[in-house]
Design a protein around this ligand. Structure first.
Ligand code: ZN
Length: 180
């Protein structure tokens, strides 16, 4: 059970050996296993050194990672303010994963990693999109968090969505993977 959902260990294998980043991600994941509200993604992002902004973006764009010399880690995350809270939460985590796994430190590179409609991307970008989303999935549901929540709430989609702070679409996909 749970083999299809990625683990933090797999994610950590790909990250630079930065103890503070690992600690923050691990704590976030552990927070998903508790009974309380889901941990704040804004707090996670800010602790990782990002500034996070709610902005007006075109409908098909969820958010983007932009170089920002004024933020602590050199990047800001812009999130489409017109999206629902659960979609915005996913967007912030998605952009964090692009930063950790795919960023290009060229200061003249354009804003990158618009989380949006799939046709927007070339082949390499599509691969990075899947990679970012699978990594977010591991962060939220991995290392026993999904199984722990099911033991508390059963497979009640609404309760699970509230517990994890995700959309019902995300929840259904992850439950389906667990069943495989
Ligand atoms: Zn993306």
């Amino acid at each position: 059970m749970g083999k299809v959902i990625g683990s933090l260990r797999e994610l950590f294998r790909r990250l630079p050996p930065d103890g503070s980043t690992r600690h923050l991600l691990r704590s976030f994941n552990l927070g998903m296993s508790g009974r309380g509200s889901p941990p704040s993604v804004k707090e996670l992002a800010e602790n990782l050194g990002f500034d996070v902004y709610l902005v007006d973006l075109p409908n098909e764009i969820r958010g983007r990672l932009i170089a920002d010399p004024f933020s602590e880690n050199g990047y800001s995350i812009e999130v489409n303010r017109n999206d629902s809270v659960v979609v915005r939460r996913w967007t912030v985590l998605h952009e964090i994963m692009h930063f950790l796994l795919h960023r290009n430190d060229d200061p003249f590179a354009p804003a990158m990693h618009r989380a949006g409609a799939e046709h927007f991307y070339d082949r390499e970008e599509q691969q990075q999109e899947r990679d970012a989303n699978l990594s977010v999935e591991a962060l939220i549901f991995g290392d026993g968090a999904l199984e722990a929540a099911i033991s508390l709430f059963g497979r009640d989609i609404a309760a699970l969505c509230k517990h994890f702070g995700v959309s019902s679409r995300v929840m259904e996909i992850s439950l389906a993977k667990l069943n495989r």
